[in-house]
Design a protein around this ligand. Structure first.
Ligand code: C5P
Length: 224
């Protein structure tokens, strides 16, 4: 992928979503459609965006029993996504079946720990250890299950890359210098994540909520 930036299209209306892509498409490498987009616009919305010609990252974070996740993975072949996410905490069998059901060439990546969580959130969910321990544990499980890579924060990417040299690593929670963090907690700059080994940089609000999204996307591209 020449431009690693995937725009997180967490936008509630399809018209403004398409207009936003038109404005920034020269400065991004693909579009990430997540839960908010899919719940609001469904299959029709995904097709509409896919027809705009940029690679699609379907971030539906599947998390269910292996049979259900495999069925969902088969159902999304129709969108020809470049990347699809499952939750790594769904376990090894679920990830193996998800990968087996994915289309050829589609990267299946395991979400480890949401970038909106920090160490105290993690301990409240009953998980022992630091965010880095937790991410490393789930990365190893995803690797063993045959996934292409994982989603983690920029704070863990360097360590994970050392253990999984040819992995495909998706990093959200990115904030260019001077941007507010919002609900994200484990943030780094896009450049830092790229230098530390990220394959894909997921960026939403720093572009979509900027006064001038095109200028924001261009400025981010220039730092990479
Ligand atoms: O607006 P912002 O740049 O924070 O958007 C980040 C995007 O990445 C959101 O669409 C969110 O769902 C997604 N994401 C995340 N943390 C993860 C996985 C995905 O923030 N671990």
């Amino acid at each position: 992928m020449s431009n690693p930036v995937f725009l997180a299209l967490d936008v509630p209306q399809i018209g403004p979503a398409k207009a936003l892509i038109d404005r920034v498409k020269a400065h991004i490498g693909g579009v990430k459609l997540g839960l908010e987009f899919y719940c609001a616009h469904g299959p029709h919305g995904v097709h509409e965006i896919a027809h705009m010609g940029l690679p699609i990252f379907l971030d539906l974070k599947f998390h269910d029993i292996p049979n259900t996740v495999a069925g969902a993975m088969q159902a999304v072949h129709v969108y020809e996504p470049a990347i699809v996410t499952v939750h790594a905490s769904g376990g090894r069998a679920m990830m193996e079946d998800a990968k087996a059901a994915a289309a050829d060439g589609c990267k299946v990546v395991g979400v480890t720990m949401l970038t909106s969580l920090d160490a105290s959130d993690l301990s409240r969910t009953g998980v022992e250890g630091t965010p880095s321990d937790h991410v490393m544990r789930l990365a190893e499980l995803a690797h063993t299950a045959g996934l292409d890579g994982i989603v983690c924060s920029g704070q863990e990417i360097k360590t994970v890359r050392r253990q999984w040299k040819d992995g495909f690593f998706v990093v959200p929670g990115l904030r260019p210098a001077g941007n507010g963090v919002g609900d994200q907690k484990r943030t780094v700059t896009p450049r830092q994540a790229r230098d530390d080994g990220a394959s894909v940089l997921v960026i939403g609000r720093p572009i979509s909520r900027a006064d001038d999204p095109e200028a924001a996307a261009r400025a981010i591209e220039a730092t990479l």
